[in-house]
Design a binder for this molecule. Structure first.
Ligand SMILES: Nc1nc2c(ncn2[C@@H]2O[C@H](COP(=O)(O)OP(=O)(O)OP(=O)(O)O)[C@@H](O)[C@H]2O)c(=O)[nH]1
Ligand SMILES: [Mg+2]
Length: 388
């Protein structure tokens, strides 16, 4: 069996805890006659909670255990013992997880931030014990209520990677090579197609510590929209990208024609999601260190009408231009504490409103009388004598 290490779409069954039942009991004790009702309440059932975490990047854990059941609340006991509440089940999920109810098709949550929690199944309330029902006219209550029913539902969890820019291209075009050159990510790079099997995100850092995140997804080929190759399922990971970076192997390795590659990519994207094809995009001509790439470039520009950013991953030339173009579109905020911008100026002191000598409102004076404003007088200690 092939080992799986990455899952980005999974159906899970969630069930919260049932509330514990309240009980009807009476105090029975030697020498205490008619002790009265002492049945405690049940504890409430645990919730099933999804929590955004930066420490997980796949839903693989749920693949092996898709049943998420929280603990039931404990029943109440005699002597007014309240049942313990059931423990919540907190499940860490990657940032970018979209949760949908399978039966209704409604969006339940979109988890985009670390620490963000969403209760997807609420625990049943605990039942009331009979001591809740005692009154002067009901001194021997036998009423008690049962714990609330658990919530149960089927959910679809899907990861849609959160990245500012998404790399898009045929297998072997050099997407992973570009990601590894501009960020600190270390994707696998090799000369065979479909080296990248899972999406990967890298962070591009600028001199002022501004950051742009870039996602590398598996390559797509003609017919991907119909499921050829790895299909276009992975394009889901580009849906949140603000800019798409088309990576074209300008050297035409594997006898490909770069202008056709561009045409096919655009077509497949439009077939997947028209909205995606209308996103801002950058076209990158990779492998420009090769002679064939230099020869193909004029024809590419003529056939497509697009002038690409020329880069190569051998000496990294052109990648700075790509980074700057990305920055212009994404417009990330600089992260350093100091920057060459306008300072926030305070008004000069002379223009500040003068609050000295303002009359104290009578309402405030009412409370002021309670305050002992005089400092307490020092008491001289008899054993130490008074020093004057
Ligand atoms: N000459 C040259 N070769 C390059 C350049 N960039 C990438 N390559 C080579 O192209 C091959 C494919 O590179 P990858 O970065 O793995 O390509 P990819 O687009 O991520 O491929 P998949 O993950 O299979 O879709 C590797 O052998 C790289 O060494 C370049 O600028 N010039
Ligand atoms: Mg790759």
């Amino acid at each position: 069996m092939k080992t799986r290490t990455f899952i980005d779409r999974i159906e899970v069954h969630v069930r919260s805890g049932k509330g514990g039942d309240g009980v009807a009991t009476f105090r029975r004790e030697a020498l205490v006659s008619e002790g009265g009702p002492d049945g405690g309440d049940g504890g409430r059932g645990g919730d099933v909670v999804l929590k955004g975490s930066i420490h997980v990047n796949s839903l693989i854990a749920l693949f092996f255990d898709p049943h998420l059941y929280a603990e039931n609340g404990v029943n109440g006991g005699n002597r007014r013992c309240f049942g313990r509440r059931g423990k919540d089940l907190v499940v860490p999920v990657p940032l970018g997880t979209i949760v949908t109810d399978v039966d209704t098709g409604l969006l339940v949550a979109d988890i985009t931030e670390a620490g963000q929690t969403v209760v997807v199944a609420k625990g049943g309330a605990g039942g009331f014990g009979n001591c809740h029902f005692k009154s002067s006219v009901n001194q021997v209550p036998t009423e008690h209520t049962l714990g609330g029913a658990p919530e149960e539902r089927k959910l679809l969890l899907e990861i849609k990677t959160i990245a500012d820019a998404g790399l898009l291209g045929f297998p072997n075009a050099g997407k992973s090579s570009i990601l590894s050159m501009v960020s600190s990510a270390t994707p696998k790079i090799a000369s065979y197609p479909f080296t990248t099997l899972n999406p990967m995100v890298g962070q591009i850092e600028y001199h002022d510590f501004a950051q742009v995140t870039m996602a590398d997804v598996p390559g797509i080929i003609e017919g991907a929209a119909r499921g050829v190759g790895l299909g276009i399922d992975f394009l889901r990971h580009l849906e949140r990208a603000r800019v798409l970076v088309y990576v074209i192997d300008m050297a035409g390795t594997d006898n490909r024609e770069p202008w056709k590659d561009y045409e096919v990519l655009s077509k497949e994207i439009a077939e997947y999601n028209v909205e995606l094809s209308e996103r801002p995009m950058l076209v990158v001509a990779n492998k420009m260190d090769e002679e064939a790439a230099q020869e193909n470039l004029p024809r590419f520009i003529k056939e497509t009408g697009v002038t690409p950013i020329q880069v190569n991953c051998v000496d990294g030339s052109g990648l700075d231009v790509l980074k700057e173009e990305l920055r212009k579109i994404v417009n990330p905020k600089p992260r350093s504490g100091w920057h060459h911008g306008e300072t926030e100026e305070h008004p000069p002191l002379s223009e500040m409103p003068d609050t000295t000598g303002e009359e104290i409102p009578a309402e405030a004076m009412k409370f002021a009388t309670f305050l002992k404003l005089d400092p307490p007088k020092k008491k001289s200690h008899p054993s130490r004598g008074n020093i004057h």
